[in-house]
Design a binder for this molecule. Sequence first.
Ligand code: GCB
Length: 611
Amino acid sequence: MKKKLLLFFLMAFFVVNAFSQSNFIQNIYSRNYLNLDGKWHYIIDPFETGFRGFQGAKADENENLTGFFENKQQRSKSELIEYNFDKSAVLNVPGDWNSQDEKLLYYEGTVWYEHAFVFHPQQNKRYFLRFNAVNYEAYVSLNDKKLGVHAGGFTPFEFEVTKKLNDGNNFIVIKVNNTRKKESVPTDNFDWWNYGGIIRDVMLAEMPVTFIKDYKVQLAKGDLKTIQGYVQLDGSDLFQQIKISIPEAGLQATVATDANGKAVFSMPVKKLNYWAPENPKLYKVFITSNKDSVKDEIGFRTIEAKGGDILLNGKSVFLRGICLHDENPLIPGRPRNISDCKMLLTWAKELNCNFIRLAHYPHNEEESRIADAMGLLLWEEVPVYWTIDWTNDSTLRNAQHQITDLIERDKNRASVIVWSIGNETPNISEREKFMESLADTAHVLDETRLVTAALLTHTTGNTINVDDPLGKKLDLVSFNEYYGWYTGGLPWEINTFNFKIAYNKPVVISEFGAEALAGFHADTSTRFSEEYQESFYKNQVNLINKIDNLRGTTPWILIDFRSPKRMNPDYQNGWNNKGLISQTGQKKKAFFILKDFYQQKEKEYTSRQNH
Ligand code: GCB
């Protein structure tokens, strides 16, 4: 009983800290860092054995932890130790565990990771241990000292470790748990693989004592003539002069920070080569303080919703999009490097896309940089998916944290034009406060981008109604519809349907789709055949073209993806095959229907812009 109580207090102690981290170093990849990716030892621990002996972890962060955090080595032949990281197998970091060890394909529970490294910290420097994503819950220690805990599988988090690093040998032990829970974000029910582990890069960043922690450099909302933003210092020397310069544009500003280390700036612009998908121009931006400097590459563009139009740099644009999961079907598993991400985005380009919906959770930070360079617009989303524990305050805090972290992470990316606060959340009263507060947060944090959510529809007769009251808070009308697959009959039977949309806002249909097993050919009424999917796409593009304010769509989905919910033994076997590209990279017939539709839209909008 005593032990149980102790465990409860220890868990509570960690969990209290779970949502208190909201900021991290901006643009960490441009900093001086030690890359800690590589082979990490691991122990599968379904019974939480290494966590039970967690006595002694008091509020004092300098006290040693017990259990597997200790990373004990046997010192004499009589000593009894029932684990050994050094002799345990290794996993590649970054990478999900499911795709690296057969035993872990369906595993949901705790896996411990250990990684040793040699490091010599410098005087007058500060050090930060950064995890770019760990799914889902991470208890992190360095040299047997507690660093903290993070919940949420797709956003970055970091700990200052300046005082905890040894000069020489160091080790990190991290307990990762991917158990689905009702109160988590996402909740316990979702249609993708629950990949666990350290899925993105781990790095140890070296910073000056007072350093540039964060900055935003963007065109002002709807204003092509003003670049504005802020710079935030972290450290003890908070009063400084900060220089922001964009030499190629002939722009420079010097501003002083306030007592909190923050400086805001605004620069009038004379001539600028604006970023757009057909012209992904990036400028080198330099930010300099007394003892620190950081360089970024930033594109400048505006995005607005006006009446039924989406205006990119003031001109009407059609978003030729596609949905994408953060998964490489060829592993299959989470993408592990930049080339994996590039492969996915290149496939979208081949489809004539200028837009991608990164569903249903934050993807790799590097992806938005690649999209910046390739000229792809992005919709980014948090995993507020289906039914969330709407009335649970800590669930709301968690969701707030995730949207905040996502916006903070990618706010300087020209590619990102849409923040999505959720997907297919049911229109029930408990949801209202939750979703409205997320919409408010996104708008307050970033007034320069569009905020939306993928809504649900309902039908009366042959009318598809889009009237979710949440729409009032959103800049786009976005909804998912599966007429011709889940409802509405066979693909051609949807032609009699019409839309009734309650808002005069731009419409971006966030999903429609049908499954096809690549290489399975039959007639257009045979489920799972390429011909069915092809016919579905032909009829869908006709249907959605009936919408006056249609300004884009992101059909479901670019590539087949793994889902434990899809168990038809003939056609699925753990895969959701709504991809236009198969598990092996093969393009299905429907790919070419959408590609043609997008070619027409591109022509239509180019000629509109030229008039
Ligand atoms: C949806 C969901 C998506 C699913 C998809 C499907 O509405 O948003 O996550 O995977 O339908 O295939 O049913």
